[in-house]
Write a protein that binds this ligand. Structure first.
Ligand code: SER
Ligand code: ZN
Length: 500
């Protein structure tokens, strides 16, 4: 990497008479920084020394990064000149800064990043920055900008690449009871109604009973036998949680954002009320005045809030592994074109078990969970389904597509054959559940500790709409044709409501 930085230091007093001293001082500094770096060729040169102003240039090649020492240079100066001459530093500005380096691959398309201009030439990229103040330098933006440039180029190459998918296990083929789309049929029968807004559903008694049975099965057949305890979390996730998990940078276009009222003051809302009463429409312009900018979003997945609940805690060894689940927070994701039936929705009901323990505990737990899941999908649902390693959800949800699961950490997807979509080989199977071990990722960002052990964590998403539609797509809507195992949980559907 090549760096070329021009800095302007304004002192509180006259320094131009101290040229020799400053020169000596700068060369001393550069010796100090460079002594451990043999490959470096770097120079510090005074460009201007006038009254209280010092402008100098640092050029460097190699690992020495001028932006990470400029604040130290300031501190050295302040100390030295402060004690000797009682001269302080009023302001430092990086007037210009160029960072040039070679990319691994040539860009496919030009792009930009905030705070800088980028020049591309073949594999070479130059980041041009101007007028950076001390705050900017302190905040460590520059290293992150360099990383962001590299990441954006990498992403260009991964965009077109097929998704990572590796089969682990598959069930026998099962003869489906029918080949219809369960959502369409349930809507026809008035068991289900499309919700008032995009991707939402209203479950009438029959469909609600099926969802309820799914929840019971998950709890009774999987979570309780394994010793999971229930927690109840908030649906509203403040941004600082998503900043930590990476969701905020990963899926900003998929959240349902939450605004608080700017005030409860009745007087401030008076005009809004008047306009509503008079116009019988929503006075959006007036509303805007009374809302705060969102600082939170509706639950996207339940685990981030669960990790937050352990933030900074030290867990007693006897409580490990922690096995908990939430079934109350409803997840909302703003889908674009992909909405379909109750299987691809903006709002869904899910049970999310989260586990925190040692690596050994979690690897063992995964085997036990897989056993219980297999029991449900084979013996209770009698499903045709399979399991595959996929790109871990935490990579996807952090906006990254190019990672592969390992056998230890990573995500397993559970997929069901959906007869209405076509034949087994060519049609897309439905991902109706997942299970992940994430290593220490969230343990670290939320500083969760144990007395002695190193902790790992993981989670599993049990989507009730997905379970329901996978089951119904293969087994149909006639309870008489449902497998006996399922009939034990739901043998008869509620009567529902007859419409005229
Ligand atoms: N947190 C996981 C996911 O979002 C499991 O629900 O897929
Ligand atoms: Zn999760």
């Amino acid at each position: 990497m090549e760096f070329d930085l021009k800095a302007r230091f304004s002192f509180s007093g006259e320094i131009s008479s101290k040229k020799d001293e400053i020169n000596k001082f700068l060369s001393h500094i550069s010796d100090q920084f460079l002594k451990n770096d043999e490959n470096n060729s770097s120079t510090i040169e005074i460009l201007k020394l006038e009254k209280s102003l010092l402008i100098f240039n640092i050029k460097s090649e190699g690992v020495f990064r001028p932006h990470s020492v400029i604040l130290q240079i300031k501190n050295y100066f302040s100390k030295e000149f402060g004690s000797k001459y009682h001269i302080g530093i009023r302001e430092i500005i990086v007037e210009s800064y160029q960072i040039s380096f070679e990319l691994e691959k040539e860009i496919l398309k030009k792009f930009s990043i905030p705070f800088a201009d980028l020049d591309f030439q073949g594999k070479q990229v130059k980041i041009n920055l101007k007028d950076l103040d001390e705050e900017f330098l302190k905040r460590n933006y520059i290293d992150r900008m360099i990383n962001r440039v590299k990441e954006k180029v990498e992403d260009q190459y991964y965009e077109g690449k097929g998704e990572f998918w590796k089969l682990i296990w598959k069930s026998d083929e099962k003869t489906p009871v029918w080949e219809k789309d369960p959502t369409v049929e349930m809507v026809r029968l008035e068991w289900l109604k499309q919700g008032p807004t995009k991707g939402k559903w209203f479950f009438r008694p029959q469909a609600a009973a099926i969802m309820e049975a799914m929840e019971k099965i998950a709890i009774k057949e999987i979570l309780q036998p394994l010793g999971f305890q229930e927690v109840i979390e908030s649906h509203i996730v403040p941004f600082d949680i998503w900043l930590k998990t990476g969701h905020l940078e990963g899926m900003p276009g998929e959240f349902y954002y939450v605004s608080e009222p700017a005030t409860r003051d009745v007087e401030k809302w008076e005009r809004f009320v008047d306009l509503t009463k008079i116009t019988k429409t929503v006075p959006f312009d007036e509303l805007k005045e009374n809302l705060s900018i969102p600082s939170a979003g509706i639950c996207y997945a339940q685990c981030p809030m669960i990790y937050w609940s352990f933030k900074g805690k030290t867990i007693a060894e006897e409580s490990l592994p922690i096995l908990i689940y939430d079934k109350t927070a409803i997840s909302n994701r703003y889908e674009s074109g992909g909405r379909h039936g109750i299987e691809r929705v903006d709002e869904f009901h899910r049970i999310e078990p989260v586990y925190i323990g040692t690596k050994e505990q979690l690897l063992k737990l995964r085997e036990k969970m897989l056993e219980r899941y297999k029991h449900v999908f084979n013996n209770i649902f009698d499903l045709e389904w399979r399991m595959a390693w996929v790109t871990p959800w935490y990579m996807q949800q952090a906006g990254k597509t190019h990672d592969e699961s390992t056998q230890e950490t990573g995500t397993i997807d559970f997929e069901a054959y959906m007869p209405y979509r076509g034949n087994r080989a060519d049609s897309e199977w439905l991902e109706f559940q997942n299970l992940s071990i994430l290593g220490e990722k969230y343990i670290k960002v939320f500083t969760i500790k144990a007395q002695k052990s190193d902790l790992w964590s993981g989670c599993s998403g049990i989507g009730l709409e997905r379970w329901t539609t996978a089951f119904l797509a293969q087994k149909g809507l006639d309870p008489d044709k449902w497998p006996d195992g399922f009939k034990k949980y739901l043998g008869n559907l509620p009567e529902g409501i007859r419409f005229l």
